[in-house]
Ligand binder design. Structure first.
Ligand code: NAP
Length: 251
């Protein structure tokens, strides 16, 4: 019997990229998995493919989050594992930052983590068990130019992770973060396109610029992030940690 048998895992942003890889790994490990996101077509494709349930929710909308989690719990039982993975990033010089972009970046990447964590807290406390894994970023551990809002949000995720780890330390709940470097998903593709549009570089040049940041000279694969999540879920004495999956980029 696997550690994950009989456990219900929710993965936000599970309809693509890192979230889809995490959801697939959790299903393979034996968990019942619900993926959440805003785009039902994306969710349905991944859910059908891997054998997961799906719920529509914008993580910034507390009513939608409450409804989606209530439905997920009705279908698959209380949430044992929460992976807060939904996120977005848009690069812009700080002097050109629009208030809307700042607000949206904090709402999705930081408040979204709060919203989803808040709705599972009571049942995890009542069960005296639970794993919460927040997909942060290298941008949670160091600053990067042109993504101030994203860095601020991801640093906030790490602060939340560390505080909750202490608060729940004697309650059977672990709270950790995984901090990927540039990972092979649509998010990096958008970053490449952004560099091409802003600098006129070729795709190869833009990608090479991004790869420079990784000492291994390659993108992280989504499955490598998923491996860290699977490992963290099974640890009882690892909590409050920021696990880097970044080829040695941030030390
Ligand atoms: P991605 O493919 O763009 O995935 C992001 C996911 O988040 C999408 O499935 C999207 O689904 C969902 N999402 C975005 N806004 C949402 C909202 N308001 N409510 C609910 N879901 C929302 O990018 P990814 O690379 O897999 O990113 C996953 C996580 O890894 C993010 O937290 C990101 O910050 C982090 N990360 C990525 C990298 C990288 O280089 N790729 C590096 C470090 C950290 P919908 O659009 O359907 O809602």
């Amino acid at each position: 019997m696997s550690y994950f048998d009989g456990k219900h895992a929710v993965v936000t942003g599970g309809g693509s990229g890192i979230g889809a890889a995490i959801a697939a790994s959790l299903v393979s490990a034996g968990a019942a998995v619900t993926i959440m996101g805003r785009n039902d077509d994306k969710l349905r494709k991944v859910a059908d493919d891997i054998g997961a349930a799906r719920e529509l929710a914008d993580v910034t909308d507390r009513e939608q989050v409450a409804t989606a989690f209530a439905s997920a719990v009705k279908n698959n039982g209380c949430v044992d594992i929460l992976v807060n993975n939904a996120g977005m990033a848009q690069a812009v010089p700080f002097a050109k930052m629009q208030d809307e972009l700042w607000d949206q970046t904090i709402a999705v990447n930081l408040t979204g983590v709060y919203n989803c964590t808040r709705v599972v807290t009571e049942s995890m406390l009542a069960a005296g068990a639970g794993s919460i894994v927040n997909i942060a970023s290298t941008a949670a551990r160091t600053g990067f130019a042109y993504v101030a809002a994203y860095c601020a949000a991801k640093h906030g995720v790490l602060g939340l992770t560390r505080s909750l780890a202490l608060e729940f330390a004697k309650k059977g709940i672990t709270v950790n973060a995984v901090c990927p470097g540039y990972t092979n998903t649509d998010m990096v593709e958008s970053a490449v396109e952004n560099v091409i549009a802003k600098t006129g570089r070729t795709r190869e040049q833009a990608l090479a610029e991004i790869l420079k940041s990784n000492p291994q000279g390659r993108l992280v694969e989504p499955e490598e992030v998923a491996d860290a999540v699977i490992w963290l879920c099974q640890q009882q004495s690892v909590t409050g940690q920021a696990i880097a999956v970044d080829g040695g980029e941030v030390q």
